[in-house]
Ligand binder design. Structure first.
Ligand code: GRF
Length: 204
C-alpha cells in the first residue's frame, strides 16, 4: 500500500478527483493526508468528510520560504509519503524541498507546457490565439512548471472563449488526467530516463 500526500491551497477539485478515483478504482494506495498552506482552503472540508487526515501549515506564520518549506516537510514526512501530489498548491518551492522529493512529487499545470508556465495561463492562451490549450502533469523540479512531463490533455480554443469557459473546459480534462497519471506512478509504470518520462503500458 503506497501513501499519497496531497497539497492544496484552495478549491481542491483535482484532489477530490484523485480521492474519488482512488476509492472507485481501489488503488493499492491510500490518501494519507491532505495538507494546505491556507486554513480557508475549501478542499479541506471534502477531505475531512472522507475520513482523510488534514493538516494546515500556514505560510504566513513563517518569515522565510526556507523555514516554511522545512516545517511543511516535517508534516508531510510524518505521513511517510511514497508520492507527494501538488493539486493547486500555490507556492514557489525551495530547491532543497524539491530535491527532498525528487522523483516522487507530481504537479498539474493548466497549460500545454512548455507553453505558458506561471499564472493566468488561460488568459495567456486566449491572448496568444492558440488553436489548442490544455493541462500537463509533470514531475516537480526546481524550475517552476518545468520537469519531466508525464501526460498532457488538449482542448480546443473556441470562438468567444473567456477565461471562465476555457478554464472549465481544461479543468474537466484535469480531473481525468491527474488521477490517470497518479495511478501510473502508483503502479510503478513511470521511469525517468535522461529527463524524459517513459510510461510502461504493458500489463504488470
Ligand atoms: C488547477 O487548474 C490546476 O491545474 C492548477 O491550479 C488549479 C487548482 O484547482 N495548478 P483545484 O484547486 O484543483 O480545483
Amino acid at each position: 500500500m503506497k501513501n499519497i500526500v496531497i497539497l492544496i491551497s484552495g478549491r481542491g477539485s483535482n484532489m477530490e478527483a484523485v480521492v474519488r478515483a482512488a476509492q472507485a478504482q481501489q488503488w493499492p494506495a491510500r490518501i494519507a493526508a491532505v495538507i494546505s498552506n491556507r486554513s480557508d482552503a475549501a478542499g479541506l472540508a471534502f477531505a475531512a468528510s472522507h475520513g482523510i487526515a488534514t493538516a494546515i501549515v500556514p505560510n504566513k506564520d513563517y518569515s522565510t520560504r526556507a523555514e516554511f518549506d522545512a516545517a511543511l516537510q516535517i508534516v508531510i514526512d510524518g505521513y511517510a509519503p511514497d508520492l507527494v501530489v501538488l493539486a493547486g498548491f500555490m507556492r514557489i518551492l525551495t530547491p532543497q524541498f524539491v530535491e527532498h522529493y525528487a522523483g516522487r512529487m507530481l504537479n498539474i499545470h493548466p497549460s500545454l507546457l512548455p507553453m505558458f508556465p506561471g499564472l493566468a495561463t488561460h488568459a495567456q492562451a486566449i491572448a496568444a490565439g492558440v488553436a489548442e490549450h490544455g493541462a500537463t502533469v509533470h514531475f516537480v523540479t526546481a524550475e517552476l512548471d518545468h520537469g519531466p512531463m508525464v501526460a498532457q490533455a488538449a482542448v480546443p480554443l473556441l470562438p468567444g472563449d473567456t477565461v471562465e469557459t476555457l478554464s472549465a473546459r481544461v479543468l474537466e480534462q484535469e480531473h481525468e488526467l491527474y488521477p490517470r497519471a497518479i495511478r501510473w506512478f502508483i503502479e510503478d509504470r513511470l521511469r525517468i530516463v535522461q529527463g524524459q518520462v517513459q510510461v510502461n503500458h504493458t500489463h504488470i
